[in-house]
Design a protein around this ligand. Structure first.
Ligand code: GLC
Length: 594
C-alpha cells in the first residue's frame, strides 16, 4: 500500500473504529500499541463463482464482487477471503492452479482485481487470497516440465517415486490414498514413475523439500502483497510434507476390527505419513517472515487446519507465536450436533489453551454442508433444508460465533440462512468427488449454490434467463437479501446486529469469555467481561423445549443483577431479573449487566 493511502486510512480508522478501537487492514501499526486489524475482525468467505455474475455467463466474477462491496460494508465485515481466482483448468474449481500470478479470465483481469482491492480498502475491507501451496494443476508449466524427463531443471519439483514391482507387475509405491478417493499415486508414462497427489489426479503435490519450490512460492506471496492484499488463507497447509520412508499407512479399523470402507469404496487408511508432519512448521515460520516484510500492514496468515486437539492447534501459532496468526479452529464449529458440554469444553479450551493467541472460529465453508447440518433426525443424521427450528438453530450458532472472544469467519449466504442443496441426480453433479462417490458422497455442490440476492430472475445473482453454473435453490423466493432486509426479525438482521454489537461493546469486542452454569447440558451460557468491569451475559437454548437459566454473575465479580437486553429471540419475554431468564425453544438472550 502506498504511504499516502495508509495515512488517510489511519485517519479514517481513528474516526470510524468507535469505542472498541478496531484497527483495519493495512492501517494499525502493532508497534504503536494498536491491535492488529485481524484481531476480533469478521472475515467473510466468498466463493467467487457463486457470489455475483456481472457478465451474464452464469459464473460469478470479480466485478460482481466489487458491485456488492457496499452490502458487505453495511453487513459489518472487515475482510473477504476469496477462494482461488487464478488461472485454472477448474477441475477442483480453482484449487488446481496453472498460474499463480494472474487472474482466471472467467473471473476478470488483474485490473479488475486491483479495482476490487482499492474499492474494498475505501470501505475498510481487506482482501484475503487463497494460497494453494501443497499442489499445482497438472497443467502448470512447472509440472509439465517436471514430467517431461527425470533430468530437466524442475525434475525434483514434485513428489516422484519409482513403482513397486510385485510378481513382475508395476504397483504404486505404497497404499497412500487421495483425500478424494483411490490411490494417491498416478503413473506417468514419460518418466516411468508415479507422482503423488493428495487431492485429484490433476493436482500433483509439490516437493517442499526443494528450496527452489519454496523460493518460487515465497516470491508469489510477495507479488500479491504488492497488489495490496490483507492476508492469505493457506489451503491444505498441514499436508505439505510426506514421510520420507514412503512406507504404508495402517488401515483405519471399525468397531468390528475390520478395515473401514469409505464412501469411495476404498479401505480407509490413516494419514500419519502425509499430514501434519513437523517440517510444516519450518515453512510456516518462513512464510510468516515473508508476510511480516509488509510491516505494519499486518498481513495475516490464516490456516486451513482441521486438527484433532487443541494442543495440535496451539502448535500452529508457533512456539514463539511466529507461525500462523489465525489457524482455523474447526473443533468448535464442526461439532455438528448441539451438544452443550462439548461446545462448552471446546470453546473454553480455545479461550484458555492457546496462550496469548487469538482463536478463529468458523462454522461453514465451501467444503462442508452449510449450518443447516445442525438439524438432526432422531437417528442423528443431518436433515438439510428449512426445518421447523431452522431459524432458531441459526440464531444459536451465529450467537456463538459473534458473541465469543474470537476472530469470526463465516461463509457467503450464511447470513440469510441459505441451506445445503445437494444435486439430486448424478448427471447434475459438478464437483468430481460427487461423481466418484455418488450416491454416498454427493460432493460439495450443495454448499456452493449461487447467492440469493432477491426474488427476481436468477435470484439477482445473474442478469436473468442465464444458465447459472449451479442451479439456484428454489428457496430463493423466500430467503434472499432483499426480502430479509425488509423483515425486522430476519436472519440477516440477527447477523448484522451481532456484528454491530461486537464492534461497539467493549465486553463483546474483546472481553474475557467465562463459561457459566457449567453443569447445565441444555443451555450454553457465558459471560463476557471487559477489563473495566463492563459485562455482557449470553445464553443459548440448545433444545426445542423452553428453559429457564440463571445468569446472575455476582459470583464472577460483576456488579448488577439486572440487564438491559441487547438481543433476544423474537417472542421471548424480557427477563425481570438475571437470576431467571426464560428462553423459548432454541431461544437466545444477550444482555448488558447493569
Ligand atoms: C482445501 C480446499 C478444498 C480443495 C482442497 C484441495 O481443502 O478448501 O476446496 O478441494 O483443499 O485444494
Amino acid at each position: 500500500m502506498k504511504a499516502w493511502t495508509r495515512g488517510i486510512l489511519c485517519l479514517l480508522v481513528a474516526l470510524c473504529a468507535g469505542a472498541a478501537g478496531i484497527a483495519q487492514p493495512g492501517a494499525a501499526p502493532e508497534s504503536a500499541g494498536h491491535t492488529p486489524w485481524w484481531k476480533n475482525a469478521v472475515i467473510y468467505e466468498i466463493y467467487p463463482r457463486s457470489f455475483q455474475d456481472s457478465n451474464r455467463n452464469g459464473i460469478g466474477d470479480l466485478n460482481g464482487i466489487t458491485s456488492r462491496l457496499d452490502y458487505l460494508q453495511n453487513l459489518g465485515v472487515n475482510a473477504i477471503w476469496l477462494t482461488p481466482i487464478y488461472p485454472s483448468p477448474q477441475v477442483d474449481f480453482g484449487y488446481d492452479i496453472s498460474d499463480y500470478t494472474a487472474i482466471d479470465p472467467q473471473y476478470g483481469t488483474m485490473a479488475d482485481f486491483d479495482r476490487l482491492t482499492a474499492e474494498a480498502r475505501k470501505r475498510n475491507i481487506g482482501v484475503i487470497m487463497d494460497l494453494v501451496l501443497n499442489h499445482t494443476s497438472d497443467k502448470h508449466p512447472w509440472f509439465i516440465e517436471s514430467a517431461s524427463s527425470r533430468t530437466n531443471p524442475k525434475a525434483d519439483w514434485y513428489v516422484w517415486h519409482d513403482p513397486k514391482i510385485v510378481n513382475g507387475k508395476r504397483e504404486p509405491p505404497n497404499n497412500w490414498q487421495s483425500v478424494f478417493g483411490h490411490s494417491a499415486w498416478q503413473w506417468d508414462p514419460a518418466r516411468k514413475q508415479y507422482y503423488y497427489h493428495r487431492f485429484y489426479i490433476q493436482q500433483p503435490d509439490l516437493n517442499w523439500n526443494n528450496p527452489q519450490v519454496r523460493k518460487a512460492m515465497y516470491d508469489m506471496v510477495r507479488f500479491w502483497i504488492r497488489h495490496g492484499v490483507a492476508g492469505f488463507r493457506l489451503d491444505a497447509i498441514t499436508s505439505l510434507f510426506e514421510d520420507p520412508s514412503f512406507s504404508n499407512e495402517a488401515y483405519v479399523l471399525g468397531p468390528d476390527g475390520k478395515p473401514v470402507i469409505n464412501a469411495y469404496g476404498d479401505k480407509e487408511v490413516m494419514t500419519n505419513k502425509t499430514d501434519n508432519l513437523p517440517e510444516v512448521h519450518d515453512v510456516l515460520r518462513e512464510l510468516r517472515r515473508v508476510a511480516d516484510e509488509a510491516g505494519n500492514r499486518n498481513v495475516v496468515l490464516i490456516g486451513e487446519t482441521y486438527l484433532e486437539s487443541i494442543a495440535d492447534l496451539r502448535k500452529m501459532y508457533g512456539p514463539r507465536n511466529d507461525e500462523l496468526q489465525l489457524p482455523m479452529d474447526m473443533q468448535v464449529g464442526f461439532i455438528n450436533k448441539l451438544d452443550v458440554p462439548l461446545f462448552r469444553r471446546r470453546i473454553n479450551e480455545a479461550e484458555t489453551e492457546i496462550g496469548d493467541n487469538q482463536p478463529l472460529f468458523v462454522f461453514d465453508n465451501h467444503d462442508n454442508p452449510r449450518w443447516d447440518r445442525y438439524q438432526l433426525s432422531a437417528s442423528g443424521t443431518p436433515v438439510f433444508g428449512y426445518g421447523p427450528h431452522h431459524a432458531g438453530i441459526g440464531r444459536v450458532l451465529a450467537t456463538i460465533l459473534f458473541a465469543s472472544r474470537d476472530t469470526a469467519m463465516f461463509y457467503y449466504g450464511d447470513e440469510i440462512g441459505m441451506v445445503t442443496t445437494p444435486p439430486t441426480r448424478k448427471e447434475d453433479v459438478k464437483d468430481p468427488i460427487g461423481i466418484t462417490g455418488w450416491p454416498k458422497e454427493k460432493g460439495r455442490d450443495g454448499e456452493r449454490t449461487p447467492m440469493q440476492w432477491n426474488d427476481g430472475p436468477d435470484a439477482g445473482f445473474s442478469a436473468g434467463h442465464v444458465k447459472t453454473w449451479l442451479p439456484i435453490p428454489p428457496s430463493y423466493t423466500t430467503y434472499n437479501v432483499a426480502a430479509e432486509q425488509d423483515q425486522p426479525n430476519s436472519m440477516l438482521h440477527w447477523y448484522e446486529q451481532l456484528m454491530a454489537l461486537r464492534k461497539q461493546d467493549p465486553a463483546l469486542h474483546s472481553g474475557d469469555e467465562i463459561m457459566l452454569n457449567t453443569s447445565d447440558n441444555k443451555v450454553l451460557s457465558w459471560l463476557r467481561k471487559a477489563p473495566d468491569g463492563e459485562a455482557v451475559v449470553v445464553a443459548c437454548n440448545f433444545t426445542d423445549q423452553p428453559r429457564t437459566v440463571n445468569l446472575d454473575v455476582s459470583a464472577q465479580g460483576v456488579q448488577g443483577t439486572h440487564a438491559s437486553t441487547l438481543m433476544i429471540t423474537p417472542g421471548t419475554p424480557e427477563p425481570a431479573s438475571l437470576s431467571k431468564v426464560q428462553l423459548g425453544p432454541y431461544g437466545v438472550y444477550v444482555g448488558k449487566v447493569q
